[in-house]
Design a protein. Structure first.
Length: 348
């Protein structure tokens, strides 16, 4: 009986080992089913845009997918240059990307109407406008080659210099001012300055070397890219805002099973844009306060379209952009009127 009992124990152990095998295989299979998405953008890793918007979004997606989705974020343009990120997403070089539409002038002409002066007073308002326009089909056709996750944008941009105050358009005469897009370039040119197109990642060294006399940026970017370290005079003149897109490769999105698509969908759209708007607006207030605290000079021109000196160059820059779109066969005036309505609907 003792021998029989021993044999029974051995058999039981073997059966137990066999029974465990499918579970081990299942664990291995689950590990292999994790989908890794590479996310490329140009903001620094330490910026709140990265930590409080992109990392926040990635962690939510990972948690809600129960680990089936992993997001690898590549900040500081390490995976794709700012002006090439959208195409990198469309072509599948990266899975997800974020960039300013203004970095690829002509690619998103109707979306860039939101940059025009007098339309947005905060990032929260701009983000709301962008989603209204996208959801209503005004700008959606410009993104058909990717799967848009959410739109967002900055607060109003002003002028920042090392040592020369800008109070009137005449002060811009002969100055080389960085402009992030065709629209800002038109306005700087109409005001008498010389617009220079450079990505924000190049501005610190360009100011240091005297390549630029000044820059146009919202406060959040001034702080994120440490440009407040080398500028001392700031003109708060809301003459443009910058829209931003966060988008995903269409084939990659379509390849996901339905449950993971739902996770992505649940973390897309206007709700995420609202979170992003709050981050940008808080950054604007924080970095402007820090500049004041270190003794920087702040010049306020709150309503430039009603200012007799600034009104003409701002309106001239606006009209030039809309005229250029009309020459391309686009119904710019209709899109502009719809953008004005979206602006009014999104006032906070």
């Amino acid at each position: 009986m003792s021998k029989t009992f021993s044999i029974s124990l051995v058999l039981a152990a073997l059966v137990g080992m066999t029974a465990c095998s499918p579970s081990d295989d299942s664990t291995t299979q689950s590990a292999q089913e994790v989908t890794t998405l590479r996310f490329s953008h140009f903001w620094p890793a330490t910026s709140t845009t990265n930590t409080e918007i992109f990392e926040y979004w990635a962690k939510k997606v990972e948690a809600e997918s129960k680990g089936k989705i992993k997001i690898e974020i590549f900040p500081s343009a390490t995976l794709s240059k700012p002006n090439a990120t959208y195409d990198a997403v469309a072509n599948g070089v990266v899975d997800i990307g974020s960039t300013l539409q203004g970095y690829t002038n002509g690619r998103f002409p109707l979306t860039q109407i939101t940059e025009l002066p007098g339309l947005s007073n905060s990032a929260t308002q701009l983000n709301c406008m962008l989603h209204n326009l996208y959801d209503d089909g005004v700008i959606a056709s410009e993104y058909e080659d990717t799967h848009v996750l959410f739109m967002m944008g900055t607060g109003p941009g002003g002028f920042h210099t090392v040592d020369k105050p800008i109070r009137t358009p005449d002060d811009l005469t002969g100055m080389r001012i960085r402009g992030p897009s065709a629209i800002t370039g038109n306005i700087i040119d109409a005001a008498g300055g010389t617009p220079v197109g450079l990505p924000v990642t190049d501005l610190y060294t360009s100011l240091q070397r005297g390549v630029l006399d000044g820059i146009s940026l919202p406060w959040d970017a001034m702080g994120s890219f440490k440009l407040t370290e080398i500028t001392n005079i700031h003109t708060n003149i809301p003459f443009y805002s910058s829209p931003i897109v966060v988008t995903m490769n269409k084939d990659k999105y379509e390849s996901l099973p339905d449950d993971l698509k739902k996770v992505i969908d649940n973390n897309s759209g206007a709700a995420m844009a609202k979170i992003a708007g709050k981050v940008f607006d808080e950054d604007d207030a924080r970095y402007m306060a820090e500049a004041k605290a270190k003794g920087d000079s702040i010049i306020d021109i709150p309503n430039p379209l009603e200012n007799p000196e600034w009104k003409n160059p701002l309106e001239a820059g606006t009209q030039k952009y809309l005229t250029d779109l009309a020459k391309l066969g686009l119904d710019a005036q209709t899109a502009y009127q719809k953008t004005i309505k979206a602006s009014a609907a999104c006032q906070s």
